[in-house]
Design a protein around this ligand. Structure first.
Ligand SMILES: [Zn+2]
Length: 86
């Protein structure tokens, strides 16, 4: 019997290299033994790489400032109401 799988959040941190020392060892040894988690980490890594590239593009762009908004003066209330899949 395997131990229970780590949380997806933990796997995400592991995939991004955010875990350190003991935690990284634990998750790493589990992933090495668990195909499901290995696949999860693999796909999370791919997603993280894409997100990082996208994030890098938004910094250093000419004329981009954080004070610029195109919404109609609403606060972020409508944003959390709906989660898009994918
Ligand atoms: Zn697992």
């Amino acid at each position: 019997m395997r131990e229970s799988c780590p949380d997806k959040e933990t796997l995400l941190l592991y995939a991004e290299g955010e875990l350190t020392g003991h935690e990284a060892e634990e998750v790493g040894s589990h992933v090495a033994d668990c195909e499901t988690c290995a696949e999860t980490v693999s796909s999370l890594r791919a997603v993280a790489a894409v997100l990082r590239r996208a994030g890098l593009r938004s910094t250093g762009g000419p004329g981009v400032t954080s004070s610029r908004t195109d919404s109609g003066g609403l606060t972020g209330a409508s944003r959390s109401a709906r989660a898009a899949p994918g």
